[in-house]
Design a protein around this ligand. Structure first.
Ligand SMILES: NC(=O)c1ccc[n+]([C@@H]2O[C@H](COP(=O)([O-])OP(=O)(O)OC[C@H]3O[C@@H](n4cnc5c(N)ncnc54)[C@H](O)[C@@H]3O)[C@@H](O)[C@H]2O)c1
Length: 412
């Protein structure tokens, strides 16, 4: 069942929107990096490999953290940079005139306000996942990107995973027929990170156990959203009808969270969220960070003509084709030809630690240097991140239906 014959009906992309936003090309992208924990330092290392980008300033809570950042820059032959230390010092960094991007790697709670301030200071924001934790924060991100005409790029690296990139190509060849159902997840046993004295006893892991819904939805929904072209292909005033190239959007969800157990009730809380789109595709999203369930993002796509799934083993089924494991992987890898996919293959060839991060970084900087719209825009950041609050509210109300806002279109 479809919720609307024409998903664009009665709504329009308004003037001043940040949809397909193009900004002036930036020959050398100068970055101020905030949050030098595990992910921030990893980002700093990765950017040593990105041509046309330079880390120019660092901000974090402690002098020790920024010094570690500067030491890593020096070790890799890059210049030491200006540093900003303390809870609010990142604001001074945002105000600098010689930065183009504020790259945010702090914990979830501060992402949205930092991204908003960065855009208000005329910078593009790059923000770790999730970009926001509430629907209100999502709206503020969107309205700020629109008002400032700055990019807000959520660094959802799973969208640059080889399997996700291959499914985009399969969709374009018609492999799936009509896509009917997708599954995504973040199943990652984080239990050891709760142990006392563990170096990475980070607050956001604990926060996620207390959440009550799916606090970390973007790894699961990101690749599905790109596959189904959420909010794309529906330009102002166009009637997309049943055009296979038309976009879609998430319409509503219901969510349930399983029971908790263990010391301090930190274990369990597995969340299952069922979403339906305007066109009637169903999506199952799962989150489980505290049971021995093996790592998986599932990544399955069911269509009337074809089926693929990444975990536990890559699988491709269509007509007489039935491949699994290495055979499926080789088959899919052969189909990867677009720019992001070529970058993933380049990263693999170079032997980088994580080719999806490599492809994401290279694509982000490539688009900024060429003044192109970004692969992940502020509407994606809002649509994917808002599932955190909505899944929680639904689960707390026993699986109540929650409508998912249309952040792109304003009702006329
Ligand atoms: N995309 C991925 O695969 C991936 C992987 C890991 C983490 N992450 C995301 O990255 C983010 C950071 O995770 P982490 O594991 O590095 O956490 P972390 O706790 O190790 O690091 C957070 C850092 O932010 C700094 N910070 C906090 N508040 C600050 C403030 N007001 N001003 C300046 N600095 C501040 C802290 O000092 C710390 O260095 C999280 O949002 C997480 O979801 C994403």
């Amino acid at each position: 069942m479809s919720h609307s014959a024409n998903p664009s009906a009665n709504s329009s992309v308004h003037p001043g929107s940040a949809y397909q936003l193009r900004c002036a090309p930036i020959p050398l992208v100068r970055i101020g990096l905030v949050g030098l924990g595990q992910r921030g330092l990893q980002t700093l290392r990765r950017y040593g490999d990105v041509e046309g980008a330079q880390i120019c300033a660092l901000a974090s809570l402690t002098a020790e953290e920024v010094e570690r950042g500067n030491a890593l820059l020096a070790e890799s032959g890059r210049p030491r940079v200006r540093t900003f230390v303390g809870e609010e010092a990142w604001r001074e960094m945002c105000a600098l005139h010689d930065l183009d991007v504020i790259y945010i790697c702090t914990d979830w709670k501060s992402h949205a306000r930092m991204a908003v301030e960065a855009m208000r200071c005329g910078k593009h924001a790059a923000v770790e996942v999730p970009a926001a934790t509430t629907v209100d924060e999502c709206r503020t991100l969107v309205r700020t990107a629109e008002a400032t005409q700055r990019h807000c790029f959520m660094t959802e690296n799973c969208c640059y995973d080889w399997f996700a990139l291959a499914t985009l190509h399969l969709r374009d060849t018609g492999f799936f027929g009509t896509i009917t159902h997708c599954e995504g997840a973040y199943l990652h046993d984080w239990r050891e990170l709760f142990s006392e004295g563990h170096e990475s006893a980070r607050t956001w892991y604990r926060q996620s156990c207390r959440h009550g819904g799916n606090p970390y939805p973007t790894h699961g929904i990101g690749p599905i959203a790109q596959l189904l072209r959420f909010h794309r292909g529906r330009e102002m005033g166009t009637k997309t009808g049943d055009d296979a190239k038309a976009g879609d959007r998430m319409h509503h969800l219901v969510s349930m969270t399983g029971q908790a157990d263990g010391p301090d009730s930190l274990l369990g809380h597995a969340n299952h969220t069922l979403i339906t789109t305007e066109r009637g595709v169903t999506i199952l999203l799962q989150f489980d960070g505290t049971t021995p369930r093996p790592y998986s993002r599932i990544q399955s796509v069911s269509g009337t003509a074809g089926f693929v799934q990444k975990y536990p083993l890559p699988t491709v089924h269509s007509g007489t084709l039935a491949l699994m494991g290495e055979a499926a992987e080789n088959h899919l890898l052969r189909s990867m030809t677009d720019h992001a996919a070529r970058l993933w293959l380049e990263g693999k060839e170079k032997g980088v630690p994580n080719a999806m991060n490599y492809a994401m970084d290279q694509r982000f900087i490539h688009c900024l240097r060429h003044g192109l719209p970004l692969d992940i825009d502020v509407y994606d950041a809002a649509e994917w991140s808002c599932l955190s609050e909505l899944s929680r509210r639904s689960a707390l109300e026993g699986g109540a239906r929650m409508d998912i806002p249309d952040f792109l279109h304003r009702e006329e």
